[in-house]
Design a protein around this ligand. Structure first.
Ligand code: ADP
Ligand code: MG
Length: 743
């Protein structure tokens, strides 16, 4: 079965060569119960380790079943151990955190058996070694004798032809020792059992062969009894551990030592929070950097605004507005985009109070009033501004009583006091950047503003008697003005227009009025039916005459509206949450809109800083990840150090390096995933509003789903690298060296 020819084993340590044993010749056969004795240091353990493939030899030849082994590499010896050898050690080498059953099971599932298959066998073997009552007891709770019986059960379960026991009774009282030896002899009938002991008397009655060692040499080799068993390859069949059992062992190892579990879990929690903290603080910096700035073309550069229009420059339909409104994260739509950038001052008659701001439809008001009440009629409004505006926060004594007017001036520069309205509610909001207030106004005022802005953006020209007159700069004025008095299709003009005609009478002549903007152009032909002058103005138009009104062209209001108001071509969408603005923009693009994201169109200084931050982010995150890796490797190595023996045990049971490492990979993967899962739950609780702790909220606020995925990948990669580095160190040596290092 096993044959040694002039085999020597040397140890090299610190440049000194020591001899383990030298020039040993030996042939061992099936059915033998071989006892090796000799004083301490004589080379018994060394010989046993070489025989069982746990250690290498330097000289001579070793044959296994007639096969020479000098060309064997690590994995050949692994296979040899799996096929042939069951080990029993003086210090048991059990997995203390496993139960008796799990220890025996380990030997079987590592060699490819299914747990179901193994069950009956394990139960029988545990019964055979007399530990049925302790099957589910953790090994750490057993006595020495019991532990050694578990070790024997484990070696038996493997069903290998060779069983090797190094001083199995060394740590036992004499009664336990006797039981263990008896057990070993019972199983030796059809096996080769090699046992090392100080105490020959203990095993004398069972031994079939006695080998005495001294100073690394065999002093005596005596056959006491001829074995009856026939030679033959009775090696055990084996397969690799199944994937399911790898996961099972990985999970068992992750959780079965509470203190270790908590420590490693804490390390991964720490990693999760550290990475997320850094990541999110950079996201925050980036975000804040881009939120400030200005835009040359847009007055309202608020960061929650997306300007949209259609590529074909057609008007946005009501259905489209409905669809936009239905999108997640859309707070409101300012249908008429120009109104968003349109600001105006409002003041009371004596200019005691004066505010400058932007108009928003009262329907879109969602906040809470700080003072006053909600509007009850079309001419009551709410004003929203910063609390450091004295007139909104402290000096409000008679603000609510005053009549307010839009600060508009007519052509002569005189203030126009149009329909008065009242401020009835105040909202203080310090999140407003800059100094613009917001007025929440009813549909009436909104409509008027919309019409005004439509006119302001349209280029209106009049063609009269072959000449074009610009609405704004024409001479005479040619300012087209809507009026409810003028019938459709007609125009009332100043009598001065008579001078522009050949026959001195403009009545009955046509004016072609055209209005165009970047989206649409249209024209309208009206017939002059009446002329006005200073004398008949009041009677004709129903309002007081003013010098500035000379030259205006009055046309029917509806005609005017049809010409100028061609629908909404450009709108602004305001989002609820700026952090997910990109998603909303993507949805709008999918719906076919052109989009302009206000915060991305801000001044270029912001963009440069953003780029610098982005570079810094990558660099800092890389440094952080590397630093975290070493810190956590250092900590996890200390925590796992106590588990070296576990991996050595796995390997004496026949697990390859690869499998042992995989189990560690799985263990750390599970712990990292669990820690990250708990971290994610914390984040979800923040989003769900359950956790309101400041730091965690800040953390969650700037992270997007893709960031979470990236972080998970980073953390799993880290756990893998930690496992890899640890395994590399752990499996650097042959199995025995790892044992020795621990001792
Ligand atoms: P035994 O088991 O009979 O007590 P060992 O086989 O453990 O003896 O040791 C045999 C010899 O080899 C001793 O001289 C011991 O000092 C030496 N030896 C054992 N292990 C090592 C090692 N790892 N490094 C150096 N020398 C060793
Ligand atoms: Mg020894």
């Amino acid at each position: 079965m096993l044959k040694l020819k002039n085999v020597s084993k040397f140890y090299y340590s610190n440049g000194v060569i020591a001899s383990g044993f030298s020039k040993v010749n030996l042939e061992l056969n099936m059915g033998e119960f071989v006892v090796i004795t000799g004083e301490s240091g004589s080379g018994k353990s060394t010989l046993l380790n070489v025989l069982s493939g746990l250690d290498t030899y330097e000289e001579g030849e070793m044959y296994i079943n007639g096969e020479e082994t000098s060309h064997y590499n690590e994995s050949d010896f692994e296979e040899y151990r799996r096929r042939y050898v069951g080990n029993i050690f003086q210090n048991f080498n059990l997995v203390n955190s496993y139960t008796v059953y799990q220890n025996v099971e380990l030997a079987l599932i590592l060699n490819g058996e299914s747990r179901k298959e193994a069950k009956e066998k394990i139960t029988n073997i545990i019964e055979k070694v007399g530990l049925s009552d302790f099957a589910n007891t953790k090994c750490s709770k057993l006595s020495g004798g019991q532990k050694q019986r578990v070790a024997i059960a484990r070696a038996l379960a493997k069903e290998t032809p060779i069983i090797v026991a190094d001083e199995p009774t060394g740590n036992l009282d004499s009664k336990s020792a006797e039981e263990v030896v008896k057990l070993l002899s019972e199983i030796s009938k059809d096996k080769l059992v090699i046992i090392v002991t100080h105490n020959f008397e203990q095993v004398e009655q069972y031994a079939t062969r006695l080998i005495k060692m001294h100073d690394g040499k065999i002093l005596e080799d005596k056959v006491l009894e001829k074995p009856e068993v026939e030679e033959g390859d009775s090696s055990r069949d084996f397969a690799d551990i199944t994937v399911a059992n790898r996961l099972l062992l990985g999970a068992r190892n992750a959780f079965n030592i509470p203190a270790k579990f908590i420590l490693i879990f804490a390390v991964f929690m720490f990693i999760s929070f550290a990475v997320a903290g850094t990541y999110s603080s950079f996201q925050k910096m980036e975000y804040e950097e881009s939120a400030y700035g200005y835009n040359m073309f847009f007055n309202n550069a608020s960061d929650d605004r997306i300007v949209i229009n259609k590529p074909d420059k057609s008007a946005i339909t009501d259905e489209e507005f409905k669809a936009i409104e239905a999108l997640d994260n859309v707070k409101r739509i300012a249908k008429d985009d120009l109104l968003v950038d349109y600001s105006e001052s409002i003041s009371d008659e004596e200019y005691w109070y004066s505010f400058y701001g932007n108009f928003v439809d009262l329907k879109d008001f969602e906040g809470e009033l700080s003072m006053g009440r909600m509007p009850e009629n079309p001419y009551e409004i709410i004003i929203e501004g910063r609390s450091d505006d004295y007139y909104l926060s402290e000096g409000t004594e008679d603000l609510f009583e005053k009549n307010f007017y839009l600060d508009r001036y007519d052509e002569s520069g005189e203030r126009k006091l149009e329909t008065p309205f009242k401020i009835v509610g105040i909202v203080l909001n310090d999140n407003i950047r800059g100094w613009q207030s917001t007025y929440y106004v009813g549909e009436e005022i909104m409509k008027e503003l919309r019409e005004r802005s439509a006119v302001e953006r349209s280029n209106i020209k009049s063609l009269f008697e072959g000449e074009y007159y610009d609405t704004m700069n024409g001479e005479p004025n040619f300012h087209v003005t809507p009026s409810d008095i003028v019938p459709k299709g007609e125009a009332y003009v100043s009598s001065e227009l008579n001078d522009l005609t050949q026959n001195g009478n403009c009545v009955g002549k046509s004016i072609v009025i055209s209005a165009e903007n970047i989206y649409s152009s249209d024209s309208l032909t009206v017939k002059i039916s009446k002329t006005y002058n200073k004398g008949n103005f009041k009677k004709l138009m129903g309002e007081d005459f003013k010098e500035s009104k000379m030259g205006l062209i009055y046309i029917n209001s509806e005609d005017y509206n049809n010409l100028v108001n061609k629908g909404t071509f450009q709108s602004s969408v305001f989002v609820e949450n700026v952090k997910t603005l990109d998603d909303t923009t993507a949805s709008l693009k999918e719906m076919g809109f052109n989009t302009l994201v206000m915060r991305e169109s801000l001044s270029s200084e912001g963009a440069e800083i953003k780029q610098i931050i982005s570079m810094m982010k990558t660099f800092a995150l890389a440094v952080l990840v590397i630093a975290l890796f070493f810190i956590s490797y250092f900590i996890i190595r200390i925590i796992l150090k106590s588990r070296n023996s576990y991996y050595t045990t796995l390997r004496t049971l026949g697990a390859s390096r690869k499998i042992s490492k995989q189990l560690l990979d799985i263990e750390l993967f599970l712990l990292a995933t669990l820690a990250y899962g708990v971290f994610m739950i914390a984040m979800l609780l923040v989003y769900g509003g359950v956790i309101t702790q400041g730091y965690i909220m800040d953390l969650a606020g700037y992270l997007k789903p893709v960031n979470y995925v990236i972080m998970y990948v980073v953390i799993i990669a880290m756990s893998y690298l930690i496992s890899h580095k640890f395994a590399k160190k752990l499996f650097k040596d042959s199995v025995m060296n790892t044992y020795r290092e621990e001792a």
